[in-house]
Ligand binder design. Structure first.
Ligand code: ADP
Ligand code: MG
Length: 489
């Protein structure tokens, strides 16, 4: 089902409300006009009953002239039926009247309105209509035979619709239609202004919803130009701003997800490639051994076995490094940070690599500045950091020096691993911490390395909340530098 637009619904509502208001207006006006007509009627004819008594000589010598009353009844019944005359006793009972007997439905009329009238109350005063038990009408009344000793009343009902002069009717009609025109025009103008205002307001909403729709239609990925009115701080402005922010965030996250996905795929491709090479080599050596076992000399057999072993060693190393990275990735924070001497740790690691350095004619040394201070960190993981950095320094240096420099500052110790080796190209520096990244200076083929060493270093230092800085010059050497916080003693 298609919903009518917000604007249509609002417009229908407004029209209905205005029509209702118009109806109320018209009812009210016609009611007031009726009331007006009655007031005028009663005002004009307030002395009608009294003058009737005087003109028609209904009282003679302080007594009611019955014959004259009969004549008056006849006259008004037949010749001028615009008024109805009733003779009441002091209790309000109807004694006689100028009408067909069947038409009079009440036996008495209430005295309350009559008394109000005689006291000079405010018009219109409505009295009981003898012809209709449920209706009330304006009237004129006078006590009979006189006000000082009333024995009854002459009660005259002013029959509005017949009594109204043609002129008055016409005037009323004119007033009524004028009133209706005024109401119609003002309501019409109100409707137009209201519709225009609503259009202006809903137009912005419509624009916003169009943007949201096209954002959705574009799979939430395409940046939709939003019309956010910066200077409009109302709800719609806030809504569009929030939506814009939300769409940007969704886009960012989608891009992040895509980038992550790409990285993951690249990683898998790298892993499989790096696993396959040593595995294939190992397989072929072992295969040759098993097929040609009889034809091989013992020396050849030993050589093939050693090659297979070397490849299996590389495989093992790679798998271990991958496993280590996976374990580090799963860690949100370090389990056991403890105070330890970074000097002692550096000495241990240097000792481990001394033999290798000597073989490559590299002078491996530790230089310390300042007091020996305890640092806080995970000793086992920081050992891996030093091992990887020193191993790289030795690997990418042919003859020369590798220096581990430890300098104590106020509340931290600066650790740097410097070499005088090949150096790293400037363009490669931002990538060396990426998984499986190997710069051009690394020997391919023989003695291949995984390109995971620095990724492990980076991850461990990240876990310590410590950044690592690299500076390097081609054929001059490289320096890796980071700071460790001192343990509070
Ligand atoms: N001390 C260094 N001197 C020159 N290049 C280096 C040094 N350390 C790292 N690199 C470069 O950074 C790359 C990434 O290092 P790493 O992650 O340890 O991988 P790997 O040592 O297995 O090649 C290396 O391939 C090398 O090109
Ligand atoms: Mg390495």
């Amino acid at each position: 089902m298609i919903w009518p637009s917000l604007y249509t619904r609002l417009a229908v509502w407004l029209t209905c409300i205005l029509m209702l208001v118009g109806l109320l207006y018209v009812t009210l006006i016609s009611h007031i006009q009726k009331q007006d007509a009655r007031t005028v009627d009663q005002q004009l004819n307030r002395n009608l009953a009294a003058s009737l008594v005087a003109e028609r000589n209904l009282i003679e010598e302080n007594r009611l002239n019955e014959a004259a009353l009969k004549r008056a009844f006849m006259y008004f019944m037949n010749i001028n039926p615009s008024i109805e005359i009733y003779l009441l006793d002091v209790e309000g009972r109807i004694l006689s009247y100028s009408a067909d007997p069947g038409k009079v439905k009440r036996k008495r009329v209430s005295l309350g309105p009559i008394r109000t009238f005689l006291k000079g109350g405010e018009f219109p005063i409505l009295g009981d209509d003898p012809r209709d038990p449920s209706a009330q009408k304006v009237f004129s009344v006078t006590p009979i035979p006189n006000a000082s000793q009333p024995e009854g009343y002459l009660y005259v009902i002013l029959r509005g619709e017949q009594f109204d002069s043609v002129e008055m009717m016409a005037r009323d009609k004119q007033r009524l239609s004028l009133g209706l025109w005024v109401v119609a025009i003002s309501l019409g103008a109100g409707l137009l202004v209201g519709l225009a205002g609503m259009y202006l307001i809903t137009r912005r909403l419509t624009r916003l919803s169009r943007s949201v729709r096209s954002f959705r239609a574009n799979d939430f990925s395409y940046s939709v130009p939003l019309v956010v009115e910066q200077n409009r701080r109302d709800e719609i402005g806030q809504l569009s701003e929030a939506f814009e922010e939300m769409s940007k965030r969704i886009q960012d996250q989608l891009q992040q997800l895509q980038a992550q996905d790409e990285k993951r795929r690249e990683l898998i491709a790298n892993v499989s490639h790096d696993l396959r090479t040593p595995l294939a080599a190992m397989h072929s050596y072992l295969e040759t051994l098993s097929i040609k076992e009889k034809d091989l000399t013992p020396a050849e057999r030993l050589e093939y076995l050693q090659q297979a072993l070397k490849n299996s060693h590389r495989l093992l190393q790679l798998v271990e490094e991958l496993f280590e990275l996976a374990r580090l990735d799963n860690l949100d924070q370090l389990p056991d940070m403890e105070p330890f001497s970074i000097r002692e740790l550096a000495h241990d690691v240097v000792q481990q690599y001394q033999h290798l350095a000597e073989r490559k004619h590299i002078h491996l040394q530790i230089v310390t500045q300042g007091d020996d201070m305890l640092v806080r960190g995970h000793i086992g993981l920081l050992q891996r950091v030093l091992e990887n950095l020193i191993a790289n320094a030795i690997r990418y240096t042919d003859r020369g020096e590798v220096t581990i420099r430890l300098s104590s500052h106020a509340d931290r110790v600066e650790v740097s691993v410097e070499d005088t080796g090949r150096g790293i190209e400037e363009a490669a520096i931002p990538h060396i911490f990426d998984r499986f990244y190997r710069a051009d200076n690394a020997h391919r083929g023989e003695g291949r390395h995984s390109g995971l060493g620095l990724a492990i270093v980076k991850r461990i230092l990240d876990l310590h909340d410590v950044p690592i800085h690299v500076s390097s010059r081609i054929d001059a050497g490289s320096t890796f530098r980071f700071f460790l916080g001192c343990a509070v003693q």
